[in-house]
Design a protein around this ligand. Structure first.
Ligand code: OSB
Ligand code: MG
Length: 369
């Protein structure tokens, strides 16, 4: 495949309700839809998932755009790409900037699927057609609102609930959910809001049969997480810490976690994600598919990846309508009773709805390769 052109659609999609985490509030999702075009006119799509503010990882939508345009795309100029796996190697001279890399890489995987008449799920080695999915619930004003939300999702059939927590909004809401739903698969995500000095509180969370506690400590704190994991029964799951396979290897060597939230966008692409999945499987480390409030394109990539059988725990892949009024793809991924189907058309298997893209468009830029 020879790429001839890349179109960047800068979009901003308002969220139906603000998403609140321990570190901030998100009211809209600004992102780029990346369209890679090969010499015969075939097109592939990826989403650039970096947020507006560098409070989850260092990248922002703006910095990732600059890296993509000035440093990543020039590396593909005139290159004949035999397989999307090669992209990781071609980008290896650029440090970090995983989300910028993943945006291009995932678009090339889609393009490759379309050229080869294969679904992305089958290219990635996925075998499941229908997968269990879970919701991630932001920090709520009070426990009543939270319980109402949880009951709505439980009624809809979601088989796993993840609750965002922070100091002051942790034990009480977890206890309230647990009392009402004794057997619900429940977990908490702190987005690094705690430190070693919170050990007493975290030990108390051991009493609520949480499936895991995600990212309690700092985003580079492998040692602190290892210290914590030794003292609690509940699995510690790492999210922000994991930017590459070697981060997972470090976590295993130190005993920093018993589970990994895998977002291909946070680890630089699907190729790195596949290596992480194999390694987790080999090490018996629970791995599951995380989310970045994706629109339809990123969601389709997630579903394809999550169709691999190694994902034995429901991911953060819920209905797009939880986050957005309408989507930029024509499919709604048919959600039914807590399960979603994996698209089986060529590539990501969903079509772009350009009327919708126009609706959210800030500007479009064409880059010739
Ligand atoms: O920590 O997993 C996280 C959303 C934005 C930033 C970080 C996280 C999240 C989520 C939402 O938990 C997952 C989703 O439903 O897309
Ligand atoms: Mg998380």
């Amino acid at each position: 495949m020879k790429l001839s052109q890349v179109n960047l659609y800068q979009l901003a999609m308002p969220l139906v309700t603000p998403f609140v985490t321990s570190y901030g509030v998100m009211k809209e999702k600004p992102f780029y839809l990346v369209e890679v075009v090969e010499e015969n006119g075939q097109k592939g799509y990826g989403e650039l998932e970096a947020f507006a503010v560098p409070d989850y990882t260092e990248e922002t939508s703006e910095t990732a755009y600059l890296i993509l345009k000035h440093h990543l795309l020039p590396l593909l100029k005139g290159e004949d790409i035999q397989h999307p796996r090669e992209i990781k190697e071609r980008f290896s001279s650029i440090r970090g900037n995983e989300m910028a890399k993943a945006a291009v890489e995932s678009a090339v995987w889609d393009l490759y699927g379309k050229c080869k008449h294969r679904s992305l799920a089958s290219l990635l080695g996925g075998s499941r057609q229908i997968i269990d999915v879970g919701v991630s619930i932001g920090i709520q004003e009070n426990t009543d609102t939270l319980l109402e939300l949880v009951s709505k999702y439980v009624d809809a059939g979601y088989t796993r609930v993840k609750l965002k927590i922070k100091p002051g909004f942790d034990k009480e809401p977890i206890q309230a959910i647990r009392e009402k739903y004794p057997t619900l698969v429940l977990m908490a995500d702190a987005n690094s809001a705690y430190t070693r000095s919170d050990i007493k509180l975290i030990k108390e969370l051991d009493h609520y049969q949480l499936a895991m506690i995600e990212q309690p400590f700092g985003v580079r704190d492998f040692l602190d997480h290892a210290w914590l994991q030794k003292q609690v029964q509940t699995r510690i799951c790492l999210d922000e810490n994991i930017r590459s396979l070697s981060d997972v290897q470090l976590a295993v060597a130190l005993g920093s976690c018993k589970a990994v939230n895998l977002k291909f966008s946070r680890v630089g692409g699907l190729t790195e994600a596949l290596e992480i999945i194999s390694y987790c499987d080999q090490e018996d480390l629970l791995v599951w598919c995380g989310g970045m409030l994706e629109a339809g394109v990123g969601r389709a990539h997630n579903l394809a990846l999550a169709s691999r059988s190694e994902f034995r725990f429901p991911g953060d892949i819920s209905q797009t309508s939880r986050y957005f009024e309408s989507d930029i793809v024509t499919s709604d991924f048919s959600f039914k009773e807590g399960k979603m189907s994996v698209p089986n058309g060529f590539g990501i298997g969903v079509a772009i709805d350009f009327k919708q893209v126009d609706k959210f468009l800030i500007q479009k830029e064409t880059l010739l390769l």
